[in-house]
Design a protein around this ligand. Structure first.
Ligand SMILES: Nc1nc2c(ncn2[C@@H]2O[C@H](COP(=O)(O)OP(=O)(O)OP(=O)(O)O)[C@@H](O)[C@H]2O)c(=O)[nH]1
Ligand SMILES: [Zn+2]
Length: 361
């Protein structure tokens, strides 16, 4: 096997988002002769990955232990064993960050959408009715993962007054960067590119313009956009696979399919950042544990009366916190039930062993 020049392969890895954090985690694997690879796309058969020496198709190794939370996901750094064909994924490096939602089914399990992300680009079409609650949920996922949100107001060429859109969205995203974009006129694309640090993930509703933005950022047609898909008769809906693109300047972009249900779990702190102006107002409430309903000297209700805060926003904050708590409690209950099942299984094994011994005796 020819050994690649180490310094140049390191540069290649950095272009894929490799960092010292991963180098340290990878040391033992490097000694075993395995190589690091970044997951570009996951499908039933395996994954497309990128290594320092180019793309590699890989399958999950038989010893790979994953569960729903730790299942291989776009953006993951994996350990590839390449001593046979196809290459095998023998381990997944611990994620630095993960964008995860609680699945919208009743189990409300965490589903990781993208791994090792630094910037979350939330695509919001100003040409369509803007769903403020959805933006607040995306922001909360971004903060919860410890990443930096940027809002892209897409399709700005289709509206006369972008200022109205900026004001409406800006009111529910205090502190988040916001860029108006159009992939038709090219407005805002360079600016959006400049906001990306490290690995960015595109989140948004179906049809918000994520793939178009990815195309524009890549400046070539790497991803199928709806118009093309409708021409080939495959239907016009949704990006079928998450995909990771390498942009110039050591920037990575992950596109995701349009999301409808964005469940949250245990995100009280992140929600506090999303709704930071309410948290700030609450500092002036008469009671420390004020619930901002009908308590005297409530600064939040005062702001609503004074027209400085929208009552709908307070309602959505409450709803998000309720769901976050409820879902976290469910998660705990599920863990407890897993534990008790495991404990029961162990007890059963021990009993069986004693029975066996009794018979032997
Ligand atoms: N006029 C205009 N149309 C746009 C713009 N961006 C996207 N579109 C159109 O909006 C439609 C949806 O765009 P996509 O990029 O496929 O949206 P998406 O968010 O990737 O959608 P999913 O893959 O379903 O999640 C397509 O018909 C695009 O041509 C824009 O800036 N201006
Ligand atoms: Zn209050």
């Amino acid at each position: 096997m020819n050994s690649p020049d180490h310094s140049s392969s390191r540069i290649e890895l950095v272009a894929l988002g490799w960092e010292d954090y991963f180098s340290a985690l990878f040391t033992e694997h490097a000694c075993a002769g395995d190589v690091p690879a970044r997951v570009v796309r996951v499908d039933r058969g395996g994954c497309d990955t990128l290594t320092a020496t180019g793309p590699v198709r890989a399958v999950r190794g038989s010893g790979l232990v994953t569960d729903r939370e730790r299942t291989v996901c776009t953006g993951d750094w994996v350990v590839l064993r390449r001593d046979g064909e196809p290459a095998q994924i023998v381990d997944v490096l611990p994620r630095r960050t993960a964008i995860a939602r609680a699945s919208s089914d009743r189990t409300s399990e965490r589903q990781v959408l993208a791994a090792n992300v630094d910037t979350v680009i939330i695509a919001v079409s100003v040409a369509d009715r803007v769903n403020l609650g959805r933006i607040e949920r995306f922001l909360t996922l971004a903060y919860d993962a410890g990443t930096r949100p940027v809002i892209a107001l897409t399709k700005s060429d289709l509206v006369d007054d972008i200022l109205a859109g900026e004001a409406a969205v800006g009111a529910v995203a205090p502190g988040a960067e916001m860029v108006a974009t159009s992939t038709v006129s090219g407005v805002g694309i360079d600016l959006l590119a400049s906001t990306i640090i490290g690995t960015a993930v595109l989140l948004g509703s179906s049809g918000a313009g994520k793939s178009s933005l990815a195309n524009a950022l890549l400046r070539r047609d790497r991803m199928a956009v709806n118009d093309i898909r409708s021409a080939d008769g495959k239907g016009r809906h949704t990006t079928a696979h998450r995909e990771l693109l390498v942009l110039p300047g050591c920037k990575i972009l992950i596109d995701t399919p349009g999301l409808r249900g964005i469940g949250v779990q245990d995100v009280a702190d992140a929600a506090g950042r999303t709704f930071s102006e309410i948290e700030e107002l609450a500092l002036d409430c008469g009671f420390r544990d004020c619930e901002h309903r009908s308590e005297p000297r409530c600064a939040v209700q005062e702001a609503i009366r004074g027209g400085r805060l929208d009552s709908g926003r307070l309602e959505r904050y409450r709803k998000l916190l309720r769901e976050s708590e409820w879902s976290a409690a469910r998660g705990d209950a599920r863990e407890a039930s897993k534990r008790s099942k495991r404990d029961k299984a162990i007890t059963r094994d021990i009993r069986a062993m004693y029975r066996f011994r009794d018979r032997q005796g």
